[in-house]
Design a protein around this ligand. Sequence first.
Ligand SMILES: Nc1ncnc2c1ncn2[C@@H]1O[C@H](COP(=O)(O)OP(=O)(O)O)[C@@H](O)[C@H]1O
Ligand SMILES: O=C(O)C1=C[C@@H](OP(=O)(O)O)[C@@H](O)[C@H](O)C1
Length: 297
Amino acid sequence: MEAGVGLALQSRATGFGSGRRRSAMYGGESRARAVSLRVSDLVGSPAAVRARGAKPVVPLRAKKSSGGGHENLHNSVDDALLLKRKSEEVLFQLNGRCIYLVGMMGSGKSTVGKILAEVLGYSFFDSDKLVEQAVGMPSVAQIFKVHSEAFFRDNESSVLRDLSSMRRLVVATGGGAVIRPVNWKNMKKGLSVWLDVPLEALARRIAKVGTASRPLLDQPSGDPYTMAFSKLSMLAEQRGDAYANADVRVSLEEIASKLGHDDVSKLTPIDIALEVLKRGIVVWVPHKIFYFHSTSA
Ligand SMILES: Nc1ncnc2c1ncn2[C@@H]1O[C@H](COP(=O)(O)OP(=O)(O)O)[C@@H](O)[C@H]1O
Ligand SMILES: O=C(O)C1=C[C@@H](OP(=O)(O)O)[C@@H](O)[C@H](O)C1
């Protein structure tokens, strides 16, 4: 039997489950199994970033600086206004449906997802964090180590299934969520967006932050960039076209070329969020509106 009660909306936040519940779900199990979440587990937890009234996740300044890391790049007030205007158009079209961000590790799903949630007035969830909470372990790395990747994947599917019954969420999925068709079945209830980032840029980002939180990239030795690049290349090959199932592809190379940058590292998370909104309006909405109308008739 699969554990958990699914996502039952509850108005009072109780924080993440009691020790008793944790041990029933995790420590007390003789057999690894997937667990489900309740909204009351999530509300007020670090995994949930309440979008409304939240502090802007990316500061807005009048001019772009020429710094190297994205934290040094600030978008103009014009960009912020454009972001707001586009978000209003998308909001209307989404009509409460969720946004799922997919892409390789380090593609910016969490970073961009928080911005999108903020401008849309949606709540942001990171599916990795929800799995950690559901299992009662502090990190994905530990879940892989103590249990297995398969156990993590089962819980990831459970979390995505539960989230798919909710509305007005931006979900940053784990990079491997795309490999299971059942996850697509759930993500297709909303707008799925693939952040397509060149492997070199991903490896640079990963090398900068380290691999401790990403067990599939963790290597005991070697140059961090080279190791990350080779592992990411392997995973990209294994995953083949899985990311292309997304309703919308946002290619950083295309945005960079449109904006006249010679390198994707010059793009800020706001540039990318803006493109997600633009493409969300153009590519997905007419198709989904048709789909929803034709199936409900
Ligand atoms: N546009 C960007 N430019 C440079 N670094 C970025 C950008 N977006 C995200 N990052 C950095 O890359 C790392 C991975 O981003 P994150 O949002 O956690 O990716 P994901 O959720 O897809 O794994 C973080 O350190 C983040 O600050
Ligand atoms: O690509 C993958 O298989 C994974 C990506 C990770 O999430 P991020 O994409 O958020 O790093 C996390 O789910 C786990 O380490 C496995």
